[in-house]
Write a protein that binds this ligand. Sequence first.
Ligand SMILES: [Zn+2]
Ligand SMILES: [Zn+2]
Length: 327
Amino acid sequence: MGFDVRTDCTACRVESARVETWDTAHPACRLGLPYAVRCSLCAHAAEAHLADLGGAFPGEGCPKCGATLDEASLDAHRCPHCGTHASLADTSVGARFGTEAELELALLSWAKEEGLATSADLLEAYFVLASAPEVLASLARGDRVETTFDVADYLFSSGGTSAGGAGGAEPIVLRASIPPAPVTTRMSQPVSIRPTGGAREELLALASVAAADGEASLEDQQGLLRAAEKRGMPPLPPFDVRVWRPNEIPAPGTLVDRERVLEEMLQLAWSDGQLDASELRVIKDFARAWGIDPQRVRDWIDAYDFGASGPLERWLRRFAFFLFPAR
Ligand SMILES: [Zn+2]
Ligand SMILES: [Zn+2]
């Protein structure tokens, strides 16, 4: 199984800037090392290098001798039985940002990766520091630059031990950054105090997932068609199939409705067999705006995938900020 993971960049020291590519069948990954890494900001890149790998041993465990590796061995990327080990070799050194313009360019390119339009959007969505000059000054001092990708981890990591591992998410801090939940309607609807979404609004939320990674795939479009049919509605016109922001769409009136729609969004995201970062971001934004209990979202994620995850994936969850199946 292949997947990507976000961790802190060792070159520019920006939290969660590094995307690691894993494949549980790859010899390096079986030794606890991603086979490729790349920083979304400074573009530092590296590939796994394997020492002393004789004939490859199939399956899981040590790629040379097949021994089951414990967590300490995975941490050390070394098999204690046969001595084979893996390390990362740089293929591209990280950029150093001398001017605000250089940093802006790099931020913009990262923003595009996340499906965002501008560097300001990226800063607003994921950085603790508010502006490019502040980030530049922090980088120049060699400080660790904080990001809030761990909010996503808190919402979406499974395995339950979100407090463990490097930079583990602290729910108290995270709660402070999550806006309060919209008020749930419990009695009969008062007349238009606040508009609530109906079937069309639900379809727009689903369309946001379908369009999250640029264009709606065939599976996504079929999923949208089925969702419209189920509601006895005509399909959405193509110009409505785009990423809507939660504040553009009146939320479904009850918490039960919001949870139902969100679960449907997750199903749609998973319909092509992969959940990518942009789809996760859309779902996370709606979950937060609609006041969904993060534990509910984690339960759904568990139900959909990772049920068959092996010891390697479980080990990864200790420190990874972002985990989703890759192509
Ligand atoms: Zn970096
Ligand atoms: Zn071995």
